[in-house]
Design a protein around this ligand. Structure first.
Ligand code: SAH
Ligand code: SF4
Length: 361
């Protein structure tokens, strides 16, 4: 079986070239061809000797996930469904704005964590994505959007906010993010790569040690009783531990704060008391708030908070000195908004996982 070079970060590529008896700079050269020029075959790598190109063609491939569907929303948001084999599909979303272009990347086929308000959680879980499947989303999007290495950056920001819990696929997500940051890869700064987690505390610490990118934490509730219900992983890592992990992260964070995401669910977590409770919860944690109006999906059982309630909630946080933004809903007409990504998930392990998770909580 040929190896897929999209699976290797800089270190992995250097090892691969060492093993075939080539100098380390060849690895960097090939990395630029793959990730900056979007090369999918070795023949196009014109500054490599013919012999080396032939040898690479025999031992290696460059295989990204394949596009199965491509839709564009009225607001310009674009969503790709990518096939990852065995009738599984994942989704990637590009959100163009005046001053930046953000790509929202998936990390797993489905998600095992089952947050009550999330469409991905409803689909169940199949497997972790490989490095090639994670970074391949950026590779594809760059090609599809016509990015060139010397041209203006079309994708200026990446958010690990698509399907899946990125910290539950730690090693592959870290390798893929290393490629995003590498000067021979996509050259993005740590401030422009954001990982969103539902709060896997030990993995948050590992991320801080290994690759402290910008961190967003899905808070969604100001107390354990409500968070246990909305974000079940809270039973394992309750708020006190989560807040402590955030405090530990901040000194390493690229922008000195964490972002708390808070989905606005009508009549569930959006009362003024909840906002006041949040203020005391986050005391001592340098943070910003991002309120996300709930995005509906069939049979979710939740409604979006009305705009005046969201505004009142924001004002209470702002008056306490907490910078608070309300996330604009983008791409909801193609089910491309936060929490609406469903992809195609062959949920083979859901029952088993549910039982084992309940046992361990
Ligand atoms: N698994 C990670 C990242 C993916 S979800 C996490 O949970 O953080 C990205 C954000 O969208 C999270 O804050 C998530 O809680 C939120 N979200 C999930 N479902 C949503 C929905 N239906 N409407 C609005 N936001 C949602
Ligand atoms: Fe998984 Fe995040 Fe959805 Fe929760 S909100 S089910 S962690 S993808």
């Amino acid at each position: 079986m040929p190896v897929n070079l999209l699976d290797f970060d800089a270190e992995g590529l250097a090892d691969f070239f060492r093993e075939i008896g080539e100098k380390p700079f060849r690895a960097r050269q090939v990395m630029r061809w793959i990730h900056q020029y979007g090369a999918a075959d070795f023949d196009s790598m014109t500054d490599l000797a013919k012999g080396l190109r032939a040898r690479l063609s025999e031992t290696a491939v460059i295989t990204p996930p394949q596009v199965a569907a491509d839709s564009t929303a009225a607001d310009g948001t674009r969503k790709w469904l990518l096939s990852v084999g065995a009738a599984n599909g994942i989704e990637t979303v590009f959100i163009p704005e005046a001053t930046r272009g953000t790509l929202c990347i998936s990390s797993q086929v489905g998600c095992a964590l089952e947050c009550a308000f999330c469409s991905t959680g409803r689909q169940g879980f199949n497997r972790n994505l490989s490095v090639a499947e994670i970074v391949g989303q950026l590779w594809w999007a760059n090609r599809a959007l016509g990015a060139t290495p010397k041209g203006e950056r079309i994708i200026s920001n990446v958010v690990m906010m698509g399907m899946g819990e990125p910290l539950a696929n730690f090693d592959n997500v870290v390798s893929a993010m290393k490629l995003m940051l590498d000067d021979n890869g996509y050259g993005l700064s740590r401030r422009r790569v954001t990982l969103s987690t539902s709060g896997l505390v030990p993995a948050m610490d590992r991320l801080r040690e290994q690759l402290p990118v910008a961190l967003a934490v899905s808070l969604h509730a100001p107390n354990d009783a409500l968070r246990d219900r909305l974000v079940p992983i809270n039973k394992k890592y309750p708020l006190k531990e989560l807040m402590a992990a955030c405090k530990r992260y901040i000194p390493s964070a690229p922008r000195d704060f964490v972002t708390f995401e808070y989905v606005m669910l009508d009549g569930v977590n959006d009362a003024p008391e909840h906002a006041r409770e949040l203020i005391s919860l986050v005391k001592g944690v340098t943070c910003k708030f991002n309120l996300i109006p709930f995005n509906p999906f069939p049979d979710s059982g939740f409604d979006r908070s009305p705009p005046h309630r969201i505004a009142a909630f924001r004002d209470i946080l702002m008056q306490a000195g907490l910078v608070t933004t309300v996330r604009k809903t983008r791409g909801d007409d193609i089910d491309g908004a936060c929490g609406q990504l469903a992809g195609q998930v062959q949920d083979k392990t859901r029952r088993k996982l549910r039982r084992s998770m309940e046992a361990s909580l």
